[in-house]
Each structure stands twice: as structure tokens, then as C-alpha cells.
Design a protein around this ligand. Sequence first.
Ligand SMILES: Nc1ncnc2c1ncn2[C@@H]1O[C@H](COP(=O)(O)OP(=O)(O)OP(=O)(O)O)[C@@H](O)[C@H]1O
Length: 629
Amino acid sequence: MTTDTVEKPAETHAFEADVARLLHMMVHSVYSDKDIFLRELISNAADACEKLRYEAIENPALLAQDADSRITLSLDEAGQKIVIEDNGIGMSREEMIEALGTIARSGTRAFLERIQANKAGEGAQLIGQFGVGFYSCFMVADRVDVVSRRAGSSEAWQWSSDGKGSYSIAAADPASAPSRGTRITLHLMEDAKSYASRWTIERLVKEQSGHVPVPIRVREKPEAEPAQITDGSALWTKSKAEVTNEEYQGFYQSLSGEYDEPALTVHFRAEGRHEYTALAFIPGSQPFDMFDPDRKGRMKLYVKRVFITDDAELLPRYLRFVRGLIDTADLPLNVSREMIQESPILSAIRKGVTSRILTAIEKLAETDTEAFLKLWSNFGSVLKEGIYEDFEKRDQLLALSRFRTTTSGEAYRSLADYVKDAKEGQEAIYYLAGGSLEQLAASPQLEGFRARGIEVLLLADQIDSFWVMNAPQFEGKSFKSVSQGAADLAQFAKVGAEVAASGTSSPALQDLLTFAKERLADQVSDVRSSERLTESAVCLIAAEGSYDRQLEKILQGAGRIDGGTKPVLEVNPEHAMIQSIAATQDPAFREDAVLLLLDQARVLDGEKPADPRAFAERLQRVFARAAQV
Ligand SMILES: Nc1ncnc2c1ncn2[C@@H]1O[C@H](COP(=O)(O)OP(=O)(O)OP(=O)(O)O)[C@@H](O)[C@H]1O
């Protein structure tokens, strides 16, 4: 103990409450697959090496005499230990407290909630996704010591914990600490001691971390010479023909922390105006936080194989589920964050990669429908955001989109299918947005379209209400909501049925409509006879020129607009009940009837009656009257 720092006693700190909860869950493991701890620690070690290479661009002295990155795994079967050591950037005392005592990343709370409601087996995938990687070592170790020295520092620090609520931090002896980087010693639990065997570790490294861009060595015994087991060569620098599917899959898994197979792999080298390599994967399943507004893209930026950042928006938001990297020779190594955001080179690259990804999806749609539909069911709702965010790609994205419709059953239809089967003279692509598919399919607004054999898109994703307003046309046809404005259905004949014209414009009906319009004037903007109803008596429609009703509800919910516009109440003139109400002159009954009709239309739209008590009373009066007749 020679330096000042070493004389300070170890301090004990409690873990942040969320870390403690997390650790508790990890130790009482909900995870069936403990192997992943190694991948997490190796991935952190490789990140630390890459961060050092990046900082060394500005400050080459940080590399001192030791320029080559490496990760060394030292095994000690007799002592039941493994040590993972890197010569990366290292951590200062403060960085250790911050990085290993708290959970700073967003999404962790969601993680905790999700694993509490855990379904066995889901945990292993979640760890990587949520970035709680380091703590996974407590699944196999009952004590963990981390000794680290920040590159360029004379001090080293030791963090130790048994993962049970607190950790200690103390100065470490600089003479025995790594000269730079981090050494993590895992004191293995009895049932995890096989991790100290060379055979197990080599197998795991090759399986999980074979493509980490830093060479990995294994030291079989404490005093043995280390043997290199992976060479740290960057997979993406090879040509496509040189890489096997298994290698791509392994790389994707170590990059993403996922365990599935990528649904699509896009790997290419661009030459010409800009020179770069892109390797991008569309995952085989949805990431948990795909709809988290804070979720950023997951593409890493490299410049000439030097990792620069994983925080730059290298792809548009609607491709935020894509994992991978872009490596370019066109940017300077010391590119700053501000430069990255504003770089015209990067925006050209972004366009290039976006196009290649969309083209690859198109190709998949042509060559493997099943795989494409799986991809679409996972990511279609995000891709559709691009229809209104990316003007240039709008048509391409519309053409890629698949829909459930009133005629599709369990299958999916493209807009090209829709247009091909449209009725003669049909100018619009009809849709109904909002609610679940089941709710949509049961909507009365669809009846008239069904009766005429006109297909209607059923848009059940929240995002649909937004893009559909902004997508002006597809192959010359505009989009039109069936719950908005006039239906223009009169020109299309009903399939297999004579049009029953009785009573559609009778004076009694006109009289009822006029009465209803006056009585309901404070709640609806119009009451009119409907072309779109065949079975139901009434439905609500948005007035021409106002928001679609569903979009209006979403915007109100999000506080983006105040109040709402008054809808239009449409009445089915051929409905027997409407005709008998029209035939009745009793004013009290008429009043109850029109108010009940409006509430009925609301209920059909998934809303509540305006005044439940008054609704119940009216219903009772009408029942009583019916019972007397
Ligand atoms: N070997 C290491 N060298 C330097 N810093 C490290 C090392 N291991 C962990 N850290 C620090 O600890 C932090 C927490 O690591 P952890 O694995 O829990 O999450 P992460 O790596 O940030 O997230 P993700 O797993 O999503 O990449 C890291 O961000 C890093 O700052």
C-alpha cells in the first residue's frame, strides 16, 4: 500500500433501488439460459476497446505502448473463478459508481415490469435488449470484483459486490491493477463452476461472440500462456460471398442481443460518390420497445473500422427496428457529434442504405411471401410511419404495405390487389380506421359497401389514421374513409338484391329526419338518410371536411385538439324500425326514439351513451310502451 489513494478505506454503497430489484430477480433466476453472461461481459469489453480507439484519435497518448486491443479470459477451475480482462478505456471511480450501481437507461422500468409478469424463457432475450448486461454476471457468480483503470490515469479502483443490495468501492493497488482497462473476476457459484472449463468457455465464445471486432484469448490456467480463439476481424469487411449464413446469424446475435434468426440481411459495399459498407439486419421478432417514443435507431457508425457511435440516427425512424452498422471511409476519424448530425455525406449514405433495405424487402415480398408476411406482421405498423414521414419513399412504402380488408379473411391484400379488383367507376380506395380488427369488421358503416361488393381496408393500427390522411393517392385513386362524408354509393348496384325503394324518401321519413335534426342539433351536425347501411338502423359519420372520427379521438386523447366536431347521424331508411318510428305521431315517443337512436349509434362506435341514466329511463319507457301494444 504505497499511494495516497490506497490508504482510503473501502466505502460501501447501497445499490439504487431498481438495481437491487433487478439483481434479486436475476439471482432467483427467471432465466433458463445463464450462458449469456459471458456474451454480455465480452460485449462490454469490446465496447470499451472501441471507445478507447475512438478517444485515442484525439489523444494518441492513451494507447501508450499497447496499441492492440484484446480481451483475455483467464480460467481457474481449482479456484472456481473466471477473469475477463480488456485493455479498453477503463472506468474512473465515478464512472464505476454510475455504470455499475445505477440503471440510467430508459426502458429499464419497463423491463422490470415485464420480467415480473415473466413468462419463463423470455428473460434471456430481454437482458440484452434492455442493456442490463453487466448485472447478468450475478446469475453465475456469488461475488464479483471489478478492477479498472481509466486509460491515462495513475489510479485504479476496485468495485466488489455479492449482488445482495450493496457494493463496495476502494482504491486498488496500481501495481497489480491492469495498466489500462478493466478486469472482472467472477467467483463462480457451485452450480456454475463448469464455466471455468476451457471447453465450455471456448464453445460459448465461438457460439456467441465469434465476430466481436476485438481478438479474444483464453488462458486455460492462471499461469498458462493465453491462446487466441477469435481473431477480431470485422465480418462486414469481407465480401458477401465469403460469409456464411451461420456467420451472419452469429454476428447479428452478438450485435443485437437477440436469439432469433434475422428475417432479412442486407450487406453491401457502395463505391462511387460515397464509399461505405453497410450490414443491416431486420430482426426475426419485434423489439420490446419498438413503440417507445425515446427509442433510437440501432445502427452503429464506424469510420474505417473504428467505432464512432451507436447514437447517430443513421436510418429514418420508421426503420428503427433495423440492427447493424455502417462503416465509411468518407468521414474523418475525429468526426464530432454535431458534424454527424449535419453531415451531408451521412444523409446521402442514409438515403442509400434506406433504399437498399426497402428494395430488399420488396424482393422478399416477391420471392418468399411467407417470410415477407411475417416481417410485415412484426414491423408493418412501423414501416407505415414512413408513408407520411418520407415523401420520397411514400409510393414504395404504400406498394409494400399489406392490409386486412372486408374481403381478405385471414389473408393480406396489397393496394395493387385492391385496385385490380375495384368496381368499375370506383374512384376511391375505401377504408375504415380505428379499434380492433373485430370491431372494425362489425361496424355498421361497412354494410352498404359489403352489400355492393366493394372492398374496404380495415385499418386497425393507430398509425393508420395518420398516414391515410396524408397519402393522397395510389395508382390514381385517393383514400376515402367510409365513416366520413357522403358515401357516394348510389352508383353501385347491390350484389344479388333488388333495391327496395320503399319509404326511402317518403314524407313520413323526411318528417322524422327534420324532427331529429332539430331535436339533436346540439349533438350532431346533420341527420340524413344513409346509403351505407343495409342491416343496422343508424350510424355516426364524420362530417365532410372534418377529421375522420377515429383520428379525432386519437388527437383528442393526445391533447392535440380541443373538443370535437359534431358528427352526422345517418339513418337507414329501409330499416323496419325506422319506418315504424316514422309512422308514429306520438311526440313523446318520437323524442325518446331519436335520442335512443343517437345513443345506439354511439354504442356501435365503441362509445358510451351521452347520459347513461337518461338513456336507461328512455329505454324503459320504450319497452313499457312496446309491452302494452
Ligand atoms: N469492461 C468494461 N469497460 C469499461 N466500462 C464498462 C465495462 N463493462 C461495463 N462498463 C460500463 O458499465 C455500463 C453498464 O454496462 P451494461 O452491460 O450493464 O450496459 P450497457 O453495455 O451500457 O448496455 P447494453 O448491454 O445495451 O450495451 C456500460 O455502459 C459501461 O459504461
